[in-house]
Ligand binder design. Structure first.
Ligand code: NAD
Length: 249
């Protein structure tokens, strides 16, 4: 399929897990992709792996500091200068938490919110004027099923994802006039490093309640990112699309 032919996409957290699957799915659909890693070295390794799979992929790796607006703005501007446009922002980078409230350090709360929420604002703030200038674009944020149910510990994580939903719905309304669609994907339990880091008992408790009887695979989530980025979703904005096997927490 060539659903994203000639599109330029920036994917944060593109080095592994769901982000890597989004990058690959976008490349397989004709996009040119700039993937962001937390370190240049890991970004380069992801690019190397992708190029080994398909030397024709147009992909490069960068490592902006997602906790700094200046760094994010400089990165987005340099993508626009190099490729002439930025059509798609996939805000995927994120960290989770299962720390009980009584042990929670305030600085850890801030760190999680900075990445999971502020970085989405930073990319949108930097990319939207460029998209507007080019006639439109698409921003896709990563929410979570915990933005519907909450979770029994690690309060910063569900808090961040509720915030992502609010940002998504609000920016969708604000930016519709500029032909910029803003949506979110809310994955359920997905088979990545983030989930393998959870205590086994938590994994089992969550998975046993999933009506479809399995975890999601990164590709299940990437396909939703593809749909929302493509013209198939040209009238879809302000949506938080659950991709969770109909999960119940
Ligand atoms: P992962 O831990 O496998 O990957 C996270 C990505 O974020 C990595 O590429 C990592 O480099 C990047 N990242 C982490 N900290 C960073 C930082 N400080 N600066 C820049 N990049 C950083 O996680 P995943 O499971 O692929 O999760 C991706 C997204 O999906 C996250 O937003 C997560 O909240 C969301 N999500 C995951 C699940 C799940 O079950 N795996 C469920 C719901 C939502």
């Amino acid at each position: 399929m060539d659903l994203l032919k000639n599109k330029v996409a920036v994917v944060t957290g593109g080095t592994r897990g769901i982000g890597y699957a989004i990058v690959k799915t976008y490349l397989d659909n004709g996009a040119r992709v700039v993937l962001c890693g937390s370190k240049q070295e890991t970004a380069d390794k992801a690019v190397e792996k992708l190029k080994a799979e398909n030397p024709d992929y147009e992909v490069e790796g960068i490592a902006p500091d997602l906790s700094s607006y200046d760094s994010v703005e400089a990165a987005i501007k340099s993508v626009a200068e190099k490729y002439g446009r930025v059509d798609i922002i996939a805000n995927n980078a994120g960290i989770s938490s299962s720390t009980p409230l009584y042990d929670y350090k305030p600085e850890d709360f801030d760190k999680l919110m900075n990445l999971n929420v502020n970085a989405c604002f930073y990319t949108a703030r930097a990319a939207a004027p460029i998209m507007k200038e080019n006639g439109g674009g698409v921003i896709i944020n990563t929410s979570s099923m915990v933005s519907i149910y909450g979770q029994p510990a690690g309060v910063a994580y569900p808090t961040s994802k509720f915030a992502v939903n609010g940002m998504t719905k609000s920016l969708a309304r604000e930016l519709a006039k500029d032909n910029i669609r803003v949506n979110a994907v809310a994955p359920g339990v997905t088979n990545t490093d983030m989930v393998s880091a959870l205590p086994e008992a938590t994994r089992q408790r969550i998975c046993s309640a999933i009506p479809m009887g399995r975890m999601g695979e990164p590709e299940d989530i990437a396909n939703a990112f593809l749909y929302l980025a493509s013209d198939l979703a040209s009238y879809v904005t302000g949506v938080v699309l659950s991709v969770d096997g109909c999960a119940r927490a």
